[in-house]
Design a protein around this ligand. Structure first.
Ligand code: 5AD
Ligand code: SF4
Length: 431
């Protein structure tokens, strides 16, 4: 989501004459688009600004802005801590980046501009014409913002506000525009894409209907979406996987924990059994589907036995890859009031165990691809010594390939015979 927001800000600034520099030393304006999902993300921001401070001291005309979720959460506090900042902008004010920069030019600084937009509908003003960069083969499209789930560990509902969907017509138009500019794959974005259509639409349609609508857009070759919530993930969406060739056979479905008591305390509002039922149904409709997930270890009160339940579920589902996190208390969230009872070293050890299991599962599954030919959408030059192109297969595995130089370009779909695996990726030769 932050990558998409950053692109959006770049687009707006590009239209008021700004261009991306290669080196931060050459910049007139530096924005740090921040994340506050875990404490570590916040620490990274502070250390990054530590490195930017001397640039500001050397050049007082340099504009320094902090945007994103940390801005929403900590506003004025950030100005106090980093008085050299010119402004702080919340994630719902991405569209206001041009105005924010103008305010600095008019010496109205420093300032904090946060809060949530009060419009009933969520529209992103269309910016036609040139783009700062041609879109890649794969492009993001925001379909819904905010989150109404309020999982007890999560700060997102506080930093990004309530759910609001964009009108389907606006989305179809944006996707047509991206395809005209060269995109082949569209990744629909939202904190909870399955909630699409529940709020803020004049002509409400559910998420799966949107998928069917988008699939008809000429020139679209691949469609994906992220992230999903098990409670809003419908049988109709499972059917969409079966019906729509462009919908790639991969689902990212966070489970967070494999234990019902922990899930309850996380306010995920579903059981492990309900989650597995969904997975089984999807696997039976779409046998070659790949699954990825998010997992938190060391949530308040998590016992060793409860952690073992998570390992069991992980093995049972057979994820191809996972985002695994150690629980990080977030100020203002309900879980912050629970006793953070799992010692840091236990959290660390559980995380290591989880990562080891995931590595084994990843290896087992990647080995199954050896000798098989898969389809890769070329995203760009490989960057890996000895390989020409990189891309992804339908199941979202990273693929590096040899051959095809001068014959193919980013955006082309090619057949690759997989010869070996490397960590979380597949390697092979273009046929
Ligand atoms: N601590 C650790 N992980 C978290 N996530 C969200 N909040 C926290 C937290 N407080 C993880 C969840 C979510 C992913 C985006 O980040 O797994 O799905
Ligand atoms: Fe956070 Fe996702 Fe839960 Fe929303 S659904 S509160 S974004 S973890």
């Amino acid at each position: 989501m932050n990558v998409a927001d950053t692109d959006r800000m770049e687009l707006i600034l590009f239209h008021s004459g700004y261009q991306r520099t290669q080196e931060k030393e050459d910049a007139d304006l530096i924005l740090v688009n921040t994340c506050s999902i875990r404490e570590k993300a916040e620490q990274k921001t502070f250390s990054l600004f530590g490195g930017l401070k001397p640039l500001k001291a050397a050049n007082p005309d340099l504009i320094l802005g902090l945007t994103g979720c940390m801005g929403q959460q900590d506003g004025e506090k950030l100005l106090k801590r980093m008085p050299y900042l010119d402004f702080v902008l919340g994630p719902d004010q991405v569209e206001g980046i041009g105005k924010a920069v103008n305010r600095v030019h008019e010496s109205e600084k420093p300032f904090v501009w946060t809060g949530f937009d009060s419009e009933k509908v969520y529209t992103i003003p269309e910016i036609s014409g040139d783009l700062p960069q041609k879109p890649g083969a794969s492009a993001f499209v925001n379909i819904i913002k905010g989150c109404d789930k309020f999982c007890t560990f999560c700060i997102v509902p506080f930093t990004r506000g309530r759910e609001k969907s964009r009108e389907p017509e606006e989305l179809y138009q944006e996707i047509r525009h991206l395809i005209k500019q060269g995109a082949k794959e569209i990744i629909l974005l939202g904190q909870n894409v399955n909630s699409y259509g529940k709020r803020g639409l004049n002509n409400p349609i559910p998420f799966h209907k949107l998928l069917y609508g988008i699939a008809e857009i000429p020139g679209l070759e691949r469609l994906r979406f992220t992230t999903s919530h098990p409670n809003d993930f419908t049988r109709e969406t499972i059917r969409a996987y079966r019906d729509l060739d462009v919908l790639m056979n991969h689902l990212h479905l966070p489970i967070q924990s494999g234990n019902n008591e922990i899930l309850k305390s996380m306010r995920r509002d579903h059981t492990v059994e309900e989650y597995l039922e969904l997975i089984d149904e999807l696997k039976s409709e779409v046998p070659d589907v790949s699954l990825t997930t998010d997992i938190i270890v060391g949530f308040p009160g998590e016992t060793d036995a409860q952690f073992q339940d998570t390992l069991k579920v992980m093995e049972r589902v057979g994820y191809s890859s996972s985002f695994m996190f150690s629980y990080s208390p977030r100020p203002g969230t309900p879980a912050n009031e629970f006793e953070d009872s799992v010692p840091e070293d236990v959290k660390k050890q559980r995380l290591q165990e989880l990562i080891q299991l995931q590595n084994r599962l990843t290896e087992e599954q990647s080995n199954l691809y050896k000798g098989k030919t898969i389809e890769m959408l070329i995203e760009g030059n490989s960057g890996k010594p000895g390989y020409s192109f990189k891309g992804r297969n339908p199941q979202y595995w990273r693929v590096n390939a040899t051959g095809g130089e001068g014959l193919y370009k980013p955006g082309d779909r090619v057949q690759v015979c997989i010869e070996q695996t490397s960590g979380h990726g597949l390697c092979g030769a273009i046929q």
